[in-house]
Design a protein around this ligand. Structure first.
Ligand code: MSP
Length: 667
């Protein structure tokens, strides 16, 4: 019997720069779904890629002094490498500069024109270059782009328009009759109320709206879409009017069909097999393009609509504004360099709820790595393999000597496959992982309950001990099989440790399928525990590099000149921090600083950048002739000199050579 097909896509990333962890989250999320579907026996086709045209890219290439094509080749290559490094199992990586895509988009444009869906007119409105979006005055928020909040420019030009009114009723009907089309449901309401229905119809029941469509009385607010530009060149030319290039969204959205061989006259077999897509995975900000314009283009082509558009929430960076010039943009490869690929995959999949935004920071990833991965999963595997080797030289036989305490564990393990996959099939990946971790947690508890180390003391309990370890190994094995879609490398590592192969899908949760395990006698640590203090220097280095590449030079402001005598009045000395403590409820550190034969008590507002432990033993630069003053109950008898940049990063200044003794003069 033929396998059922499953065609899944992600949004294609702009090639204006390197995708941050939020963009990459989407690809990891879709990858987990694609892998889980493959595991369930679907014939999966997973497509991702890059969106390479538009004015912004033309401008960026010009800034860099290269052609747009050279610019996008470079960035698309980098994006593909990034996705490969995160183990993304795409079947096709489409680029909108692929020749077959460009040709097909030209044919589609022409077909729309010839059948009267596209007409020529003038465009007058506001344009947001970064979003490549036109807006009417009324759509602007405080005069800015409603999507990204940036400035928009007025623009008037000859342009082609797509007549949305030809299809809008049909679209509204489709959305009402197919409640699964836009997910989550909240996004469906947003589309209907904000972009489709005229205010008069907002809040009316589905029945009333369908009735109005039938009677021809429905009013909508969807306007015709400008689908060509003449003010820049970097786009797919309209072949019958080459001073126009195709609007980047009309170009990009079509990737979902051109990438699998659509053609206006003679579509490929692959296309016939795969279309309509089962799901388009996109971020919440571009649901509008995918549930309004894209279905309307497909209707105009006479093609069926995708079964579902899944608008996922955003992954935000700890509430802070993300900016490269602040050096705080997180990238998947930087994170993976510290935590490993699977720890990053786990974090983003586990942390992102289905409908509300998730958060990511270095601290949060560290915490998850240490708790869920190192403590729960890593320890389970380590303890079980350790005991298997210690008590039985790695060969664990299932003697089926069961006790009551086994029941719950075996029940959880036997049901876990359905529980996890039910969640995955609803695209609730964070919940699927939560389910899976109930098994690992329960198995750890089982170790504490059964106390294998005590069973080992009693010769008559050897078969029970072996059964206990077998039960644990079986839980790890079943768990590893279910980890495959989310953390493929870790699953393979565990299979290797257990000396087993991934199971056939039907057999995954068959507890006791094997009668024995022969585990490795050299188990590896799956996840190292990570301490923020150890990785902080690496994080600083990553941030410093990002700032160096992106931050504008700090403006140099002139000050009143001083004389050399003025300068000589400041007594600057090398000090050695011999003790340090945090001052409660403040940003202050209280340091005891040895300056030659004198010892000073000094307060500094640097607690957000240094821990007391980091301070002790440091040689620092100290101003020693300031008048003493009291703060928070401590005396401060000097000042430790620090550099501080415009966004509040703080660094101590220290003599470069260790040989300089404390108390030395600085001049
Ligand atoms: N090129 C368009 C998509 C065209 S699809 C025919 C685009 N590109 S993008 O590079 O800006 O974004 C790629 C995807 O990442 C989009 O789905 C977008 O919603 C998503 N995300 C952007 N920022 C994100 C987060 N902070 N978190 C999660 N997803 C994020 O839009």
């Amino acid at each position: 019997m033929d396998k059922e097909k499953f065609y899944i896509t992600t949004a294609i990333a702009y090639t204006s720069g390197k995708p941050h962890i939020g963009n990459t989250y989407e690809i990891i999320f879709a990858d987990a779904i694609a892998r889980a579907k493959r595991m369930q026996g679907y014939d999966v086709f997973f497509m991702t890629g890059t969106d390479e045209h538009g004015q912004k890219i033309e401008m960026k290439a010009e800034e860099k002094g290269v052609t747009p094509k050279a610019f996008v080749d470079d960035v698309a290559g980098m994006i593909k490498n990034l996705f490969d490094s995160m183990n993304i199992s795409y079947d096709k990586f489409i680029r909108t500069t692929d020749e077959d895509h460009e040709k097909c988009v030209q044919k589609i444009f022409k077909k729309f024109y010839e059948q009267g869906d596209i007409y020529k007119g003038y465009y007058e409105g506001m344009y947001c270059t970064p979003c490549e979006s036109f807006w009417t005055e009324s759509q602007l928020v405080d005069g800015k782009c409603p999507d990204c909040g940036r400035d928009v420019q007025p623009s008037k030009e000859e342009a082609y328009f797509f007549k949305m009114s030809n299809y809008v009723n049909q679209l509204i009907k489709h959305i009402i009759e197919n409640p699964e089309f836009i997910q989550p449901v909240s996004r469906k309401n947003e589309m209907m109320n904000n972009f489709l229905l005229d205010d008069e119809f907002v809040g009316k029941s589905d029945e009333e709206i369908l009735k109005a469509i039938e009677n021809g009385t429905l009013k909508t607010k969807l306007q015709d879409l400008c689908v060509s530009r003449t003010t820049f060149k970097w786009g797919i030319p309209v072949d019958f009017d080459p001073k126009h290039v195709t609007y980047v969204w009309l170009d990009a959205l079509n990737n979902y069909i051109t990438g699998i061989g659509y053609d206006t006259e003679n579509p490929s077999d692959l296309y016939k097999k795969l279309w309509p897509a089962n799901v388009h995975v996109v971020g919440k900000d571009i649901v509008r393009f995918h549930t309004i314009y894209w279905p309307i283009f497909l209707m105009a082509l006479g093609e069926p609509l995708p079964k579902q558009v899944l608008g996922h929430p955003w992954l935000l960076q700890g509430g802070e504004k993300m900016s490269k010039s602040r050096g705080n943009v997180l990238y998947a490869d930087d994170l993976a360099g510290i935590f490993g690929v699977d720890s990053v995959r786990y974090y983003v999949l586990r942390e992102m709820p289905y409908a509300t935004d998730g958060t990511i920071t270095w601290d949060l990833v560290t915490e998850r790595n240490n708790t869920d991965l190192s403590n729960i999963l890593g320890n389970l595997v380590k303890r079980t393999l350790g005991m298997s080797n210690q008590y039985f030289g790695g060969k664990i036989v299932n003697y089926n000597v069961h006790e009551d305490v086994d029941k719950e564990l075996i029940e959880i393990a036997s049901n876990i496959k359905d529980k996890v996959l039910n969640k995955v099939n609803e695209y609730k990946i964070a919940d699927a992982l939560e389910e899976l971790w109930t098994l690992f947690r329960r198995a750890n508890k089982y170790i504490d309950e059964t106390e294998p180390w005590n069973l080992n003391k009693d010769e008559s309990k050897k078969e029970r001990l072996s059964t206990v370890l077998f039960n644990l190994l079986e839980c790890i094995n079943i768990g590893a099989n279910l980890l495959v879609p989310f953390m493929p490398e870790t699953a393979n590592k565990i299979f290797k440790e257990l000396n087993v192969k991934a199971r056939e899908f039907e057999e995954i949760a068959e507890f006791g399928l094997l009668s024995e395990f022969n585990v490795t006698n050299n188990p590896q640590i799956l996840f190292e525990r990570i301490r923020m203090v150890d990785i902080q220097p690496k994080i600083d280095e990553i941030q410093a590099k990002q700032i160096a590449e992106n931050a504008p030079a700090i403006e140099f402001k002139e000050m009143e000149p001083i004389t050399i005598d003025d300068f000589a009045k400041i007594q600057l000395k090398v000090g050695l921090v011999v003790d340090c403590e945090a001052v409660p409820k403040s940003k202050l550190l209280h340091s005891t600083v040895k300056v030659g034969t004198k010892t000073l008590s000094i307060l500094s507002g640097i607690a957000k950048s240094y821990t007391p432990e980091q301070m002790i033993g440091k040689k620092v630069v100290v101003v020693t002739n300031l008048p003493p003053r009291e703060m928070k109950g401590f005396m401060s008898e000097g000042m430790i000199i620090c550099a501080e940049d415009e966004i509040g990063n703080i660094s101590l200044l220290s003599p470069e050579k260790d040989i300089i003794a404390d108390g030395s003069n600085i001049s």
